[in-house]
Design a binder for this molecule. Sequence first.
Ligand code: SF4
Length: 715
Amino acid sequence: MSARVATTCPYCGVGCGVLAGVDAAGVVSVAGDPSHGSNHGRLCVKGAALGETVDLEGRLLHPQLRGQHGQFQRTSWDEALGRVAEGFSRVIGEHGPDAVAFYVSGQLLTEDYYVVNKLAKGYVGTANIDTNSRLCMSSAVAGHKRAFGEDVVPGCYEDLELAELVVLVGSNTAWCHPVVFQRIAAAKESGARIVVIDPRFTATCESADLHLPIKPGTDVWLFNGLLAFLFRHGVMDTAFVQAHTQGLAPALSAAEGDASDPADVARLCGVQTADLLAFYRLFARHEKTVTLFSQGVNQSSSGTDKVNSIINCHLLTGRIGKPGAGPFSITGQPNAMGGREVGGLANMLAAHMDLHDATHREIVQSFWASPRMASQPGLKAVALFDAILEGRVKALWIMGTNPVVSLPDADRARHALEACELVVCSDIVERTDTNRHAHVLLPALGWGEKDGVVTSSERRLSRQRPFLPAPGEARADWRIVCDVARRMGFGQGFGFDTPHQIFVEHARLTAYRNHPPADDGLPAAQRLLNLEGLATLSPRDYAELAPVQWPVNPKGDGSRRLFSDGLFAHADGRARFVATPARAPMHAPDREYPLVLNTGRVRDHWHTMTRTGKSPRLAGHMSEPYIDMHPHDALHSGVREGELARVHSRWGAMVARVRHGGDMLAGNIFVPIHWNDQFASDARVGGVVNPVVDPVSGEPEFKHTPVRVEPFPVR
Ligand code: SF4
């Protein structure tokens, strides 16, 4: 066995430390890293099976070009990179910079994310670069910015262990963030109470003291009701509210305007009044409360308001920035947070600056010495694929993601790729539902081969380190981007030879943001993302970088929690209550489509299964796609448990086996997101999901699509 390398799990946003090694026979073994602050040696079943997922079967090992008749042929890197650079340059020359776009991934490392954003926003001059993280946490980003002035998760995992009450909203933590759940379960052993708010009775609910199976989409009513309840009962940190916030009156007015009587709130949310009051009283009683939320909150046409309705309750009670207290957004992907740091969303700039802010654009342009900055926010994920169909975007580079499976109304995404003049895919997998539509395929490095940094949900930067050789001709994503940039004539900004050089530039930009040469007029309170202490890392320091939570001060010390001093990132230093008048999901069920489709993850698979699908151990948990539905709905739909059925919406259809998991409210079905045409035909639930998005964040409403279920084949 070679010496074990300390690296980070490539799956969920918990960001567990992993010790990985390879024996003489090439067998990879992994173990949890006891010294890593995110997991203290724990791993979940997915992390523990990582060694089973790194073989080369199905890997994209060489650049390929698609010929006129659809067949792919191996080519040289020189030819492939030339095609990409020439194609992008031609489209930009003929139609302008906004005719090209990039669609990237929370799987990318921070260094990859940084250079592709630099290329798009600072050199091509377009902000048409969005990420699949748009699909999972952009509502939390928008909610944080509205409340705090910057996209900041205030707390840390330790808070879950210090809390007296943990409220889990729209999060099947036991399956989707298992190591965090292990920490919550340990806290329960020490006396913490757990409340789960979720329409489904999930594995997480088995540990709950109270489960509120709310009607899908009614979270804002629930938390507006809580805000009104707390205020009415004097559960308020008046000194904190007066000194450190603004906007309480309109937020309260909106909350009370919706429904101030708990009985009305309970009726709107579809829960028992006694249960609702039990939750409200638990929240009122426990100073040390953490409210952890995830996709059930974010993936909604009112996702941003849901986030702010939760934060409002923490601001009212002053429960933020304190040990064991705070709102806590947990991210889905391993580097969703790192992507946000480098401006990985179409509306953001690097170092948490904003594209719509001219001063911020000037700061970044001056730091990059870039020739052509994007001047306005670009197209968010769903709109980006629509723009291809409308002929406005003609060249697209997709990196490490599979939008033909994962986007809502996914058949529309497929049609967009079919219509696009130039589709480039960088990937580790040779054939996916997406990259079969590529004109140029570029082989990228995967986990175990890549070298860089990711950031977990608690702002912890952690190194991914290689312990396997690069297979075939695969290259790091950052290197591929730099090679294309140089061929496009942007050599000066992309002369990087190592990920260390890129990371240090990123860290220097966060410091530059704090001390621009000319005073930008922004107060110090606006500067929370700060990696100043990492801006002078030597190559060796970078190689040995221990996990650390940002902000990182000049001495290199990290920060467990933020806002302990009550100083927020808005210009006046105050947090904002946000008025969140409740509204129903965009599309209601009707006679033709009487059921509500909810989608999500299962315990042992990850995204589109390109890695977890290789492990027999993981496949054993759920071997095929399924439709979880209430027996009453199955009877009414004419389908039986164990038989195949078709789910129809106005946007598409898919086929899976009916299951009575025992966790569904009548009127609702659940289908996992993972399966796709690589594993079973007509298995992509993304094709069924409606394309409605939150008007603030642009995050799609994955949790609420009206559908009907019918026998398959039709009897
Ligand atoms: Fe990996 Fe998440 Fe499991 Fe940790 S909890 S081992 S980060 S999948």
